[in-house]
Ligand binder design. Structure first.
Ligand SMILES: N[C@@H](CCC(=O)N[C@@H](CS)C(=O)NCC(=O)O)C(=O)O
Length: 243
């Protein structure tokens, strides 16, 4: 049995979870708290990020590597297209989306959310058992500083992240406004990556009041224009049909 170490709120962890569920690969989940996760992930010469999948001696610490492994283990319903050129394109999309959608959305989102304690705690405490909430609240000022430092969040990096995020969304709008998949005629790791990394922005049928309780005011203002984009419609379709 595999164990997935994750942050429940993390979109890179959602990418790994989606791939595991899509392949019906059995796994147990261990939810970790930011900063406290270092007791599990910190090892000399290794990165510290989640998701981390451990299965026997196997230790995969990257959502893309987890998809590679799952495609090898369960070749049915391939997430990497079989035709070589489509496989190359899907991997290239994944690389671009990880960087220009995943990292940028996270940096810009946390730039606005972390200083706003009620919104930040609401977001970060998702799926946290009540028993651990107290500890998390006590440590939150420290956790906030560590997250801002590790993600290199400053007004300048946040502004540049928003610029890249908008350009990536413009590019996605052009493609998914006219075709269902980013590559070829099938759902692939490119679509899974794009949709998972945008998952924190899903409305999930919530009312305006509920959304405003989740998103800090600047994120809420921006979200209203995101919601008008073809990419937002595509995001919901990907979740409806493939998640
Ligand atoms: N390239 C990695 C990125 C994962 C990542 O950035 N994870 C973040 C959470 S969204 C993390 O664990 N940050 C804490 C750390 O790096 O120690 C992947 O695809 O798995």
């Amino acid at each position: 049995m595999s164990t997935l170490y994750q942050f429940p709120f993390s979109h890179f962890c959602e990418k790994a979870r989606w791939a595991l569920d899509y392949k019906q690969h059995p796994y147990a989940v261990r939810n970790l708290l930011p900063l406290f996760h270092l007791t599990t992930t910190l090892r000399p010469g290794r990165k510290t990020s989640l998701p981390l999948l451990i299965e026997g001696d196997l230790r995969l610490q990257d959502s893309g590597e987890i998809i590679d492994y799952l495609d090898r283990r369960h070749p049915h319903k391939p997430l990497t297209p079989i035709p070589a050129e489509e496989a190359r394109l899907a991997r290239e999309w994944e690389r671009v989306l990880d960087k220009d959608l995943g990292v940028t959305l996270r940096r810009w989102f946390y730039f606005h959310t972390l200083p706003d304690t009620p919104h930040a705690r609401y977001f970060l405490e998702q799926d946290l058992p009540a028993s651990r909430r107290h500890l998390f609240r006590l440590c939150f000022p420290l956790v906030r500083r560590a997250m801002q430092h590790r993600m290199r969040i400053t007004p300048d990096t946040a502004a540049s992240a928003l610029d890249t995020l908008e350009r990536t969304l413009d590019r996605l709008d052009t493609i998914v406004g006219g075709q269902p998949f980013l590559v070829g005629n099938h759902f692939s790791r490119a679509d899974l990556t794009g949709a998972a990394l945008l998952s924190p922005l899903r409305a999930r049928g919530r009312t305006q009041e509920e959304l405003q309780a989740i998103f800090s005011p600047p994120v809420w203002q921006w979200w209203k224009s995101f919601h008008q984009r073809p990419t937002s419609t595509w995001l919901e379709q990907m979740y409806r049909d493939y998640r």
